[in-house]
Structures are given as structure tokens and as C-alpha cells.
Design a protein around this ligand. Structure first.
Ligand code: FA5
Length: 341
């Protein structure tokens, strides 16, 4: 084969490879194979010495033309591949703004936690400091320090889960009083909120585990009017309306006089409805003026200071507000229930 024929073969093969190349890396290989220091076209130039004087110029010119043509073809192919690649990349990264958004399920506080937080906010706004005391409580704080004489029938109303003779699960949040009172000086306004436990027959409105809030205030000249005003203010902020508060005599060994209190039904505004069973009132809890014995036991002079205390259950409020018929639903963690609220 003449040198010229060989050149034509190399050119055809090289240009064919360039067109078939699918990547920059393949083009690099073709570049090395033909145009590199030991490339096929470079080697062709070295043949020039073996050619006649006449042929040399012509042959050299042809090799250089093919080299230039091949370089140009490689550059063009590289450009085309780059453009294709970035187009494909753009296509892959494209966002279809017409697609519907992804739905993320977000958590939210349990309805009881929401109620507790709201109650706390209101009492903090009224100047109460919240404290936490144990749920596993000494008999001493749960009953004895609260003026319950041994074997007093009132203790039957709060059937208890005993851990041993001296320790039980607190039956009411009022157990916090003597964990706090002896260690502070009046004036004081203190509150606590949390779980309480009673060993009783569980039904739709009575749980063995439920929540209470308790508050007390001690200062000079505290009277029943202060108690009533505080509960009234709480009810207005909690239920968002102009409520009345009703007190009826009741007995708790740690208050004198003692009362149960109710607020105007927030659904029927006192007219009488299914929720308040036609009475127009919703019973919330117990209250009264702190018994002088309790103050004295805490080292507070009952001649100089008086105080009020009250406590109520939490579950009742969201039950009434959302028409929840069974208090056990709060503690069962059934998502079908929780998602409705
Ligand atoms: C008490 O627990 C007193 N410690 C309240 C108190 C505090 C009176 C300070 C005076 C001064 P009582 O046993 O009535 O009182 O309970 C108060 C509220 O807790 C009830 O009105 C009710 O709303 C709620 N409660 C009582 N037992 C249960 C129960 N088993 N399940 C759900 N809620 C309950």
C-alpha cells in the first residue's frame, strides 16, 4: 500500500471513531492514538525521510492537513458531547412545579398537654409559681399533714395505691402543700399540676390515673372573695366568656370552710343542656380557706395570715369542650382518637 493510501485509511478510521465516541474520555484516547507523541499520524511524519524529494512536501502537507482535520473533529465532537451531557443533566434536575406537594405528617401536643399548658399559662399570669413534687408520695404529705386524722372516713373517698405502709401514689396534687409551705415565707402563691392515682372502679368519668391542678395563696387578709375572684378569672380566661362561679359547702379536712365549686356551663351559658345535665353548671373541684392547723404545722402564724386553696381535675375540661364521652381515651394512645382533635 502506498503512503497516501495508508493515510486515507488512517483518516477514515480516525474520523469514524470520533463520530462514534460517546464520552470525553474516549475522545482523549483517540487523540492519543492518532495525534500523540507515538500516535499513528505522528509516526507517518517520521516516514518522510524514506520518501523521494518530490513526494516529501506533498506527503508532509497531507499528514498535517489530516492532523488539523482530526483535531477539529475531536474538538467539535467534544463540544457536542458536553452540550448533550448538560442538557441531560438539566433534564434530570428539572422540577415539575405542577406536581402536588408531598404531605408531611407533623406531630402535635396531646390534647391533655395542651389543656395543661393553657391552665399553667393562666395561673402563671395570675402570679402563681409552679412547682413539681413526687407522684410517689409519703403518706405523711398525702394525708397526715393535710389534717386527715388516722382512719378518717374521708380517706375512703380517696382509695389509694400503696407501695408500702408509708408510701403511696399520690391521690391528689394537694399533697404538695407541705412540701412547699414550711420552706417559704408569706406572701406566697404556689401551684402544681400533674398525675394523680386512685384505686377505684374505672368508668367513663373516673380513671385510676388522672390529672389535677392545685393552687394556694397565703397573705394578710385573704378571704373567700379572693378565692372566688381567682377562680372566676381563671374560668373567664379558660372558657372565654363571662362566667359565674358557684360555691356549695363541702368537706375537705385541710380547708375551713370547704366548698365544691362549679362554673357556668360554657356550652349553654347557664341555660341547661345535655353537657351540664340541665343544671347550667359544670362542677370543677374543691376549694376553701386553708385550715389554721395546716398553716400552724407549716410554721405560719394563723392569727396573722390566712390563705385559700383549691384543686380540680383536668380531664373534665377537654371532655366537655370536645364532647369526649370516655376519659379512658386520653391514656390509650389510639391514633384514631388523637387525630380527631
Ligand atoms: C380533691 O382531690 C381535693 N384535693 C381538691 C381540693 C384542693 C379541695 C384544695 C380543697 C382545696 P376531689 O376528690 O373532689 O378533691 O377531686 C377533685 C377533682 O378531681 C374532681 O372534681 C374531679 O374533677 C377530679 N377527679 C376526682 N377523682 C377522679 C377520677 N377518678 N377520675 C378523674 N377525675 C377525678
Amino acid at each position: 500500500m502506498s503512503g497516501k493510501d495508508e493515510l486515507v485509511g488512517i483518516r477514515t478510521a480516525a474520523l469514524g471513531k470520533v463520530q462514534a465516541a460517546e464520552s470525553s474520555a474516549q475522545l482523549d484516547e483517540i487523540d492519543t492514538q492518532y495525534l500523540g507523541r507515538k500516535g499513528e499520524l505522528t509516526l507517518q511524519l517520521r516516514r518522510i525521510g524514506s520518501l523521494s524529494q518530490d513526494e516529501r512536501k506533498d506527503f508532509g502537507q497531507s499528514v498535517n492537513d489530516i492532523k488539523a482535520e482530526l483535531s477539529e473533529a475531536i474538538a467539535q465532537r467534544r463540544q457536542a458531547l458536553d452540550a448533550g451531557e448538560s442538557k441531560a443533566k438539566l433534564a434530570a434536575e428539572a422540577v415539575d412545579v405542577t406536581l402536588p406537594g408531598r404531605f408531611y405528617q407533623t406531630g402535635r401536643p396531646h390534647i391533655l398537654i395542651e389543656t395543661i399548658e393553657k391552665i399553667k399559662r393562666i395561673f402563671i399570669g395570675l402570679g402563681y409559681e409552679f412547682v413539681e413534687t413526687p407522684e410517689i408520695e409519703d403518706y405523711k404529705y398525702n394525708f397526715e399533714a393535710l389534717n386527715y386524722p388516722p382512719e378518717h372516713p374521708a380517706m375512703d373517698e380517696q382509695m389509694s395505691f400503696y407501695i408500702n405502709d408509708d408510701v403511696l401514689l399520690r391521690t391528689h396534687t394537694t399533697a404538695y402543700q407541705h412540701r412547699v409551705m414550711p420552706y417559704r415565707k408569706p406572701p406566697m402563691r404556689v401551684a402544681t399540676i400533674g398525675k394523680t392515682y386512685r384505686y377505684e372502679n374505672v368508668d367513663a368519668t373516673h380513671g385510676h390515673t388522672f390529672h389535677q391542678v392545685d393552687c394556694f395563696a397565703i397573705d394578710h387578709d385573704i378571704s373567700l372573695t379572693d378565692l372566688k375572684g381567682t377562680i372566676q378569672q381563671f374560668a373567664v380566661e379558660m372558657f372565654g366568656m363571662d362566667v359565674n362561679v358557684r360555691f356549695r359547702p363541702d368537706f375537705f379536712p385541710f380547708v375551713e370552710p370547704g366548698a365544691e365549686f362549679a362554673v357556668t356551663c360554657f356550652l349553654c351559658k347557664g341555660e341547661g343542656c345535655g353537657v351540664c345535665k340541665g343544671s347550667g353548671w359544670l362542677e370543677l373541684g374543691g376549694a376553701g380557706l386553708i385550715h389554721p392547723n395546716i398553716l400552724e404545722k407549716a410554721g405560719i402564724d394563723s392569727e396573722e395570715y390566712t390563705g385559700f386553696a383549691f384543686g380540680f381535675g383536668i380531664e373534665r375540661m377537654p371532655m366537655l369542650e370536645h364532647g369526649i364521652k370516655d376519659l379512658r381515651l386520653f391514656m390509650e394512645n389510639d391514633l384514631r382518637f388523637l387525630r380527631q382533635l
